[in-house]
Ligand binder design. Structure first.
Ligand code: CDP
Length: 215
């Protein structure tokens, strides 16, 4: 099997950025598993599938065709890259993600992404459940205030609407749901290395993670 490095952690820790930089540095593939959950949530909204209906969502997950190519995400051929990046899509994603049927349906899809020369996988349960035998497991963390600030800046930079107070609140709701769900709750994986990114620049965090990857 191809080598895998996992990067897990809550929203706004810079996970996605670090995972992208590391994948580019190593010349490996990148799996943004959150994009998968976001896309499924969008598909459910469009087809009027209840976001609390686990078995139905599980069936939907097996039906839809999702393609992740770098920053671009396609749902049944349509480019949904921007539509899945809104704050609402993030909250919707965390709702569909609580269902065991959904997580089970996406498991094989995610594992299939581990192809040569290697994979950097970004998510919540990459190290704990999807790739328990990963070569290296990173858990990125940061204070809630800093995470909300970063997400705010990210949305603003993309020209999207954002309100800091709403973001703090959404982050809290999402964190709680991600931590407390019964299946694959957000947690430091066994043999995971915690990297705290509070008050660190992306460059500093990247160097730290790169050194771990090359150790
Ligand atoms: O980076 P951010 O946390 O904003 O979003 P994301 O990584 O795209 O994930 C969105 C939501 O999908 C998370 O809040 C989780 O509820 C869910 N998710 C998950 O359950 N498992 C994963 N491996 C990745 C995301």
């Amino acid at each position: 099997a191809a080598p895998v490095i996992t990067i897990d952690g809550p929203s706004g820790t810079g996970k996605g950025t670090i995972a992208g930089l590391l994948a580019a540095h190593l010349g490996w593939h990148l799996l943004d598993s959150g994009a998968l959950y976001r896309t499924l949530a969008l598909a459910a909204r469009r087809r009027d599938v209840d976001l609390d209906a686990g078995p139905e969502l599980g069936r939907l997950a097996a039906q839809v065709r999702v393609q992740l190519e770098g920053e671009r995400v396609r749902l049944d051929g349509e480019d949904v890259s921007a539509a899945i990046r809104t704050a609402e899509a993030g909250v919707d994603a965390s709702r569909v993600a609580v269902h065991p049927d959904v997580r089970a349906a996406l498991l094989g899809w995610q594992r299939d992404a581990a192809v040569a020369p290697g994979l950097v996988a970004d998510g919540r349960d990459m190290g704990s459940r999807v790739f328990p035998d990963a070569l290296l497991k990173i858990y990125l963390d940061a204070s809630p205030e800093e995470r909300a600030q970063r997400r705010y800046k990210q949305l603003k930079d993309k020209g999207m609407d954002a309100n800091l107070r709403d973001l703090v609140q959404e982050l809290r709701v999402r964190d709680q749901r991600d931590r407390e769900r019964s299946e694959s709750p957000l947690q430091v994986p066994i043999a995971g290395i915690v990297v705290d990114s509070t008050s660190k620049s992306i460059d500093e965090v990247f160097l730290q993670v790169r050194d771990l990857a090359e150790a």
